[in-house]
Design a protein around this ligand. Sequence first.
Ligand SMILES: [Ca+2]
Ligand SMILES: [Ca+2]
Ligand SMILES: [Ca+2]
Length: 776
Amino acid sequence: MKKIVAMLLTVSMVSAIAVGCKKSDSKKESATQSTESQSSESATESSTEAPTSAEPEGTKPSEDPEAGTRATTEVKDGAYAMDEAFNDPSTFKWMTYTESGGDWEVVCENGEMVAKIKSTGTKEYSCQLYFDGVSLMKNAKYKLDFDIKSDAPRTYEWRFQLNGGDYHAYAGEQHVELGTSWTHVTKEFVMEEKSDPSPRFCFNVGNDGSIKDAHNIYIDNVTLVILDCSQAEKVDNGPALNPVSINQTGYQPKDPKAVFVDGTMSKTFQIVDANTFEIVYEGELTAPYACAGAGSDIVSGDFSDFDKPGTYFIRTSSSGNSYKFEIADDVYDEALKASILMLYTQRCGCEVKADIGEAYADFTHPACHMDQAKIYGTDKMIDVSGGWHDAGDYGRYVVPGAKTIADLFMTYQDTGYKADDLGIPESGNGVPDILDEARYELEWMFKMQAEDGGVYHKVTCDNFPATVMPEEETNQLLVLPVSTTATGDFAAVMAKASIIYKDIDKDFADKCLEASKKAYAYMEANAASDTTGFLNPSDVFTGEYPDAVNKDEFFWAAVELYLATGEDTYLAKAKELYSDSMELGLGWIEMGLYGVHSYLRTETSFQKDAEFTDKLKTRVVDQAKADLEKAKKDGYYNAMGTNYPWGSNLTVSNNGILYNLAYLVSNDKELKDLSSYQVDYIMGMNVCGYSFLTGFGTNAAEHPHHRPSQAKGKAVPGMVVGGPNGEPADPYAISVLTGKAPARCYCDNDTAYSINEVAIYWNSPFIYILAAKAAK
Ligand SMILES: [Ca+2]
Ligand SMILES: [Ca+2]
Ligand SMILES: [Ca+2]
């Protein structure tokens, strides 16, 4: 994943920073995604008002001594929402977006912003200068001013636009004539659409249809002043939070059950029957204690011993009521089914049908991405159809695909979930549908293996598509180079598949084992010399999944091949690669726990080295128990403290897998309960008061960053959104969440891709912990 770094930058750094720096946690994205789908700018301009009035051309008006210091977030008439004088390069915060052949450099020099354009590219926004960090309020009247000139006559475009979705303009002008002497531009406009806390202001100075030669454009004194906000609608930051949080879907009678209250006033709680309003249970709340993630004091209660089926809500003595919830044996059936069907709806290269249920009727689509893909840097075309779309985009990436498959395999192994009636094309074939779903991805992965055994990192177009359904993404598909992380993951997951499918389809299992061995041989020859991992070429902007350490992937592969073949050389290699400093991760960067899990969950006859077995077991149980102490202390049974990374719900679910594994090897019931609480957290027992599973809960995420959901204006059900991100990294989230405590950094907005995207591998660990909780 990549993110924009918000800090003081020197101007020469701007281009590099706009591409971002590596972030070592859960989710891929690149800063360029914030400008993805620029091509859809068919600008329904909603601004009205007077045309640009240009002052007499000539010299730039002399600068106000206060210029550059007046910007404020205050909302009042006369306030400067933007005040950019470019007199101090250390505070320069404009960014660049470049595509389709644009080639340029932007600097802040001599008190001006200078765009040194070498090539204008092919599109008007091939060279885009942009500024994030203002907001526009509905019905407010604004005045924009700036000075501009160019070395060579040309036209340009300026606009305030929606920072996501179709990127349409709120206000702007196209084909504005620009001469070689300074022009002062003044424009008044009223924001007529709903208030937007994070629009983007930009100058598009790429291809204007005429100029091709290198030239410079100079800009200065960019200001935006609120002229009249008497009728303005202030920015809406979402519904008020319910401070009383529970699993909004509910509980099975046997489940542990907890209520958390954000606030310290309440001393007691009651469970109220939602139909009869009868009080059926009364309990005490704890004394207040500090919740680090929420940055506040909370109280909590336990009602694990209340197990009577029905529909209820919790009433607290001074903090109001919780949302309704149910207690029933089958309370998770639909949620579990939907969280698996999410993967079916992500299928690429086949028709997706509505046989799985009415809720999916809007999301059917014909087979997509069927054209041959070009191997990057060559003219060779290959068929790589199939697999799952990764996330909110339509890329297909081996690394997260392998994680998703591995989670489904562990679900099959550890929870006994074997439903064969989900409605997917393979339902009723006698094979558990989660294995059929996993096989759909495995069949695609075979196509991603090169002849030398190495595995291509990903197949995507060169950039993210607009907000369209998958069959409408028709740009050239590119197969990106082999990586050792993809190859290691492939070797591991194929070996594991050969075990899982041995008794289901022997030929398929054999094919998986053969592919695994080929990939493993590639790792033996290449893993040690690869110290950088995969990085995007400069003209590819889709998810990178960068990971410079392949030891954990290699370790996992060695363990799985040992278990698949019984050959001691693989075990020896696994022990050689293992170290106590290897993180027990299930991320996509750290995959070590997959190997540890498989080893600890195999038949004891394979665990020949008792010392090694004990070491792994102890690490897993110790780590889970350390988390248990943290989780009890911090509230919401969450052990993340103040570290809520991008895709924190992945961390929550991965933690839940670790806790359940620790329970399976230790039989410590408290660890099983801790895993169960991670499900409750995702489904509503969190300080945000949101169910992070679309379609389930009174207050569930409804606006995920997910193209089919955005295109249809409703969310595919059963998707886990990324969740709170203590370092918001997209303009919308930065705008509405900056300054909040990490556990509260959530907003249900589809442009907030660093908060509210979805991904196959965010669903898959949730599938595991929900299936483990629901296991009868
Ligand atoms: Ca200046
Ligand atoms: Ca089946
Ligand atoms: Ca790794």
